[in-house]
Design a protein around this ligand. Structure first.
Ligand SMILES: Nc1ncnc2c1ncn2[C@@H]1O[C@H](COP(=O)(O)OP(=O)(O)O)[C@@H](O)[C@H]1O
Ligand SMILES: [Mg+2]
Length: 244
């Protein structure tokens, strides 16, 4: 059986009698880097929240690293979320009165694991924020704060990285740097990444792009290889328009 960090089968989520996820299925193999695009309100964040076990489904299944989320109790689910899933948001959610290093180590402490400062340092080196470890988050640039947030998320060695508009509060240069970093994590460490974005320039960093419309898949750009930003953007709009 192939290594499958994320498997979603026929996911249905209903809010106010509306199918916000409408029988979505998705399989993400280890080392894949998937972008999810779609208009505002198409269910992108809901899909990520379901993948992260932050919300339950009304029907269907989510498996993370072979574990069915619905079968876990509260304690087991929060342990799985802490150890297997890295969640990155547009807002960095760093704690401002802790240093960057303390922020990065915090999830390990919460799980009663010994704080591995050597590994924290090595990771900070890789992320380009080694000289910021003793600084406080608010003294860092947005791009550096997002690097610290991904460092915090990666330290427990998660099977899956889920990112919701991770470049949404970065300027375009910092956003491109961040995309390059995700690309490197995928290429060099075989990290598995699912990233929601509405920016074609950001989606270009992924291997492939799934396009959501009204909670269902409208289509897929199977590979971003050889595409320019403009080509990806027009392919995205073409897929959204067809079958409407
Ligand atoms: N907790 C919630 N309660 C009620 N409706 C929600 C909730 N979360 C999302 N929705 C609705 O579900 C739809 C999809 O939302 P979302 O997944 O956030 O879209 P996207 O991230 O693609 O912009 C929207 O219409 C939104 O208003
Ligand atoms: Mg959203």
């Amino acid at each position: 059986m192939p290594d499958c960090p994320l498997l979603i089968e026929s996911a249905v989520k209903i809010y106010s009698a509306r199918r916000v996820l409408d029988s979505l299925s998705l399989r993400v193999e280890r080392g894949d880097f998937l972008a999810v695009m779609g208009p505002s309100g198409s269910g992108k964040s809901t899909l990520l929240h379901a993948a992260a076990g932050l919300i339950g489904l009304d029907a269907g299944h989510v498996q993370v690293d072979g574990v069915e989320l619905a079968e876990l109790g509260d304690a087991a689910l929060s342990r799985l979320r802490r150890t297997k899933i890295a969640l990155i948001f547009q807002s960095f959610n760093l704690i401002s009165n802790l240093t960057v290093e303390e922020n990065m180590l915090l999830p390990l402490l919460a799980g009663n694991a010994a704080p591995d400062t050597a590994r924290c340092r090595a990771l900070a080196e890789k992320l380009g924020i080694a000289d910021k470890l003793t600084s406080y988050p608010l003294s860092l640039s947005g791009g550096e704060q997002q690097r610290a947030a991904i460092g915090r998320a990666l330290l427990p060695e998660p099977a899956l990285i889920l990112a919701d508009e991770p470049t949404g509060s970065l300027d375009s240069a910092a956003g491109q740097e961040f995309c390059k970093l995700l690309r490197t994590l995928c290429d060099e460490e075989r990290r598995t990444i699912v990233m929601v974005t509405h920016e074609p320039a950001v989606a270009l960093a992924a291997n492939r792009v799934l396009i959501l419309r009204d909670g269902a898949f409208a289509g897929e750009i199977a590979t971003t290889k050889g595409l320019s930003i403009n080509m990806l953007s027009s392919e995205y709009h073409r897929i959204l328009e067809q079958g409407k």
